[in-house]
Design a protein around this ligand. Structure first.
Ligand SMILES: Nc1nc2c(ncn2[C@@H]2O[C@H](COP(=O)(O)OP(=O)(O)OP(=O)(O)O)[C@@H](O)[C@H]2O)c(=O)[nH]1
Ligand SMILES: [Mg+2]
Ligand SMILES: [Zn+2]
Length: 309
């Protein structure tokens, strides 16, 4: 343990903590005793994201993050010019989509690819099944069910009880990040599962000087007094870049394509134009859905294009 003198000359030992909210250079660190402290990071090396285990030092009313412990995983997106970290040390990602407005499949696909490439399990939650768009949304999710992704259907607003019964077993003893487009119902889910969430949002928003009404900060909520299970709310995303990936790696992170890539004649097949391509063969036979292959084509082109100077 390191120690440093505070303003009044007292020496306060550094302590371990968990980052439960982050906004710019500020974060909320929960100490092992459950107390939360507003901290700022000292430099680039101590820049933290929600889920990080940190070594922090009290300094007056606030604290300073001295060091971020090595991460087990990190979910992030890489847009053309900037990288955005969602959270670290996750057990799973719940990708939440709403039946209406119809979700963009590309966004769902991107979120799943990001999770897969970060080595984090993912499942899909289809919310707002009380709305007429549910049938079409369900149809659009069929390829995901077929490739082995768990899809949970719910109507959080109109039948919260059934929704909670369905999702509870998937949340036990895990840290789950709730990810999805704006308006899908991420905060609704968290408010149903964590009765004190609304109050906590207010407190954290005030402390971090963030917006009050829309979700602007990623925030960690414990689901149980033993602090074993957690849900992490995040702001809705529009853009979801995957520039951290090479185009040649893409198919590896799409399980339905990956299943057929071993049948390609060329080991470095791009699955776009080569002869004897197992992936295109599977597409022709209806084993890969056209919409998934389209996602692949678009993403491949995006990742293969030179940066837009
Ligand atoms: N009809 C219907 N509406 C729902 C359901 N669940 C949530 N909503 C509504 O959808 C709207 C958006 O819900 P939020 O939980 O704020 O969405 P969010 O994903 O947190 O959105 P951002 O914070 O902007 O990313 C709210 O008006 C909810 O009341 C549902 O099951 N059915
Ligand atoms: Mg929200
Ligand atoms: Zn191929």
């Amino acid at each position: 343990m390191t120690a440093a003198p505070t303003a009044n000359g007292r020496v306060v030992p550094a302590a371990n903590g968990l980052v439960v909210a982050a906004h710019g250079r500020h974060c909320m660190v929960e100490a092992d005793d459950g107390q939360r402290h507003l901290c700022h990071s000292r430099g680039k090396k101590s820049q933290c994201v929600v889920g990080d285990r940190v070594h922090w030092q009290a300094s007056g009313d606030e604290g300073v993050v001295e060091r971020v412990a090595e991460r087990r995983n990190l979910l992030f997106r890489q847009d053309e010019w900037r990288s955005k970290s969602f959270a670290a040390n996750l057990d799973q990602v719940l990708v939440l989509v709403g039946a209406e407005p119809m979700h963009a499949e590309a966004q769902l696909a991107r979120a799943l690819i990001a999770a897969e490439s970060a080595g984090i399990a993912a499942l899909i939650v289809l919310n707002k099944t009380d709305l007429p768009g549910a049938a079409l949304a369900r149809e659009r999710l069929a390829p995901y069910l077929a490739m082995g992704v768990t899809v949970l259907e719910m109507a959080l607003k109109t039948d919260a009880e059934a929704a909670l019964a369905l999702i509870a077993p998937h949340l036990a003893a895990k840290a789950s990040l709730v990810l999805g487009p704006s308006g899908a119902g991420k905060s609704t889910l968290i408010n149903r599962v964590v009765p004190t969430a609304q109050a906590q949002v207010g407190e954290i928003s005030v402390a971090l000087n963030a917006g009050r009404h829309t979700t602007t900060t990623t925030t960690w909520y414990w689901l149980d007094p033993a602090r074993q299970s957690a849900l992490i709310d995040s702001p809705g995303f529009q853009e979801f870049g995957l520039h951290q990936l090479q185009p040649s790696d893409l198919a590896r992170y799409m399980p339905d394509l990956r299943a057929h890539a071993q049948d390609c004649r060329f080991h470095n097949c791009s699955h776009l134009h080569e002869p004897s391509c197992g992936v295109r063969q599977a597409l022709a036979e209806g084993q890969i859905s056209p919409s998934r292959y389209r996602v692949y084509q678009v993403l491949h082109a995006e990742l293969a294009a030179p940066p837009n100077w």
